[in-house]
Ligand binder design. Structure first.
Ligand SMILES: [Zn+2]
Length: 143
């Protein structure tokens, strides 16, 4: 591994980076794709979802089961909710970054489905959609 390269964690999180020719190229792709602001947005969306679903679940538990959480249970619900928010935001962000990296690789002749990452090499130019996930193939793939 050269000194100018991304971390092993990033390579594990975003396996498309292995296709890049050099560490500098990997870093450039990551700089363009891995935007901290988008992680913040994903965190916000996750937070809202967890709060809404959590409040609805507590309301339903009170209505149908007559269960009201104790103070200790509420503490654990906060902790669980925070962990769930981080996990959801990380998952949403990872899917988004992988899609951006796949799109960045396409001008370099690496033909991956931007939705699922399926290798589109060797498909006839008339193929309208990805054989793996069915999403439409971007026109720039057709040489
Ligand atoms: Zn696909």
């Amino acid at each position: 591994m050269s000194r100018k390269d991304c971390s092993r964690l990033k390579k594990w999180l975003y396996p498309e980076l292995a296709i890049c020719a050099s560490g500098e190229e990997r870093l450039a792709a990551l700089r363009e794709a891995d935007r901290p602001f988008e992680f913040f947005i994903a965190l916000l969306v996750s937070f809202l979802l967890v709060v809404l679903v959590g409040l609805a679940a507590l309301r339903l538990a009170a209505l149908f089961l007559g269960w009201y959480p104790s103070d200790e249970a509420i503490d654990w619900l906060y902790r669980g909710g925070a962990i769930l928010c981080l996990a959801m935001a990380s998952a949403i962000h990872r899917v988004r970054v992988r899609k951006i990296i796949r799109d960045l690789l396409s001008p370099r002749g690496v033909m991956l489905c931007s939705s699922c990452g399926y290798d589109l090499m060797g498909l006839p130019p008339s193929a309208p959609s990805c054989p793996e996930c069915g999403s439409p193939i971007s026109k720039r793939f057709v040489a």
